[in-house]
Design a protein around this ligand. Structure first.
Ligand code: HEM
Length: 364
């Protein structure tokens, strides 16, 4: 089977897994390589997700379709290699290093604002392609230079192939995810004008009328925007399912079942994020203040897992938050956004709205 057919076949498997991930049952899928059936367990409860994500660090074979591109890059690296490489890559994502990229982010945000001007005052358009162009430049420019700088001369001698695979993994894992969260957040702010007003007021209290890029102190003051971004990641979880390989027999405390070795476990992050048990009867409603510290105290630690959970979680989560806050801050200070709805969704590994991220923008 060629790579393209393999990718299409696996995407279909992901669609199946997605449907089951929201119901929490056992799922049989067809392996497109061998045409034989294989089993996945769908995890729909935070308590069970915590156990899987803490204990099963090996990626499931459903991610095999990424191998032709990502080889042994961090995202799908086999366990032995992953442990070593994650440790060496960790300093690249340290807060202090990441903060050095604020200037790159703000320069790219300015280019984005100029490009968006061509849509200002006009009809609805899909904002994602503008955002993706911007985040690609940020992730590529920022990360790639640092990765190369920091990895040369470390205790592991990376081969050229390994460096390429890590850089591709970081670019792929970091770019579309960040762009999608920004796009969903803009649509949600376009729908919920009251929340947009609060975000704008917070921005004005930080910047007055300045169009300067955000500093790390500015970003720290964007508490309401941070809650909005979290609520956007909860309702529209861009990595809606996380698939791990069960490499040792494991007991799920909520479901009270033991999963045998060799079965895949699909954690339905999207389903957990909309679970009434975890989030209350208004789980499907947009309410950023549910992330106020006083309303988060009793929440299960794995009830909110947009960046996954445990030691194989997202290595770029702080960098991602920084990019998202900074870019949304620039956009909201310059443009007023209107939107009607997110509409129907589809999963192609990541979560996309079928009709795109439609918004209308007008210069403030
Ligand atoms: C909002 C933005 C982002 C989201 C929602 C996100 C989500 C995730 C999730 C859910 C995983 C873990 C999958 C699993 O548990 O199996 C992951 C892993 C990863 N992410 Fe992110 N991510 C984001 C941004 C970034 C950024 C900005 C970078 C880098 C520049 C990045 C690089 C990575 C890498 C390299 C991994 C693999 C980590 C490992 O296996 O050790 N991500 N991400």
């Amino acid at each position: 089977m060629d790579n393209l057919s393999l990718i299409i076949a696996y995407r279909k498997s992901f669609d199946g897994a997605a449907r089951v991930a929201s119901s929490g049952s056992k799922l049989s899928l067809r392996n497109p390589l061998t045409n034989s059936s294989f089993f996945l367990t769908a995890i729909g409860k935070a308590e069970d997700a915590q156990v899987i994500l803490e204990n099963c660090l090996d990626k499931d074979t459903v991610y095999k379709f990424l191998r032709p591109w990502l080889g042994q890059g961090l995202f799908i690296a086999p366990l032995g290699l992953w442990k070593n490489h994650r440790r060496v890559l960790l300093p690249v994502f340290h807060n202090k290093v990441v903060e050095e990229y604020l200037q790159i982010i703000s320069d790219q945000a300015n280019i984005l604002l100029e490009r968006l001007a061509e849509e200002s005052g006009k009809r609805e358009f899909d904002v994602l392609r503008y955002i993706t162009a911007c985040t690609l430049d940020v992730v590529f420019d920022g990360r790639i230079k640092t990765v190369l700088d920091m990895l040369f001369g470390r205790e592991i001698d990376f081969t050229d192939e390994q460096l390429r695979e890590h850089i591709d993994s970081i670019t792929i894992a970091g770019n579309d995810t960040t762009a999608l969260v920004i796009a969903y957040t803009l649509v949600l702010l376009g729908i919920h004008q009251d929340a947009q007003e609060r975000v704008f007021e917070e921005q004005q209290s930080i910047f007055k009328n300045s169009k300067q890029g955000a500093t790390k102190e500015d970003l720290r003051c964007m508490n309401y925007l941070e809650r909005v971004i979290k609520e956007s990641m909860r309702l529209y979880t861009v990595v809606p399912i996380i698939a791990r390989n069960v490499d040792k027999e494991i007991y799920l405390p909520h479901s009270k079942v033991t999963i045998p070795v060799g079965v895949g476990a699909v954690v339905g992050a999207f389903a957990i994020h909309r679970s009434v048990d975890e989030w209350g009867s208004n789980a499907n409603e947009f309410d950023p203040d549910r992330f106020l510290p006083e309303r988060s105290d009793n929440r299960h630690p794995a009830a909110f897992i947009p960046f996954s959970y445990g030691s194989r979680n997202c290595i770029g989560r702080n960098f991602g938050m920084l990019i998202m806050k900074s870019i949304i801050s620039s956009i909201i200070r310059t443009y007023k956004i209107e939107a009607n709805e997110v509409g129907p969704l589809k999963i192609e590994v990541l979560l996309f709205p079928i009709r795109g991220h439609q918004v209308k923008i007008t210069k403030r």
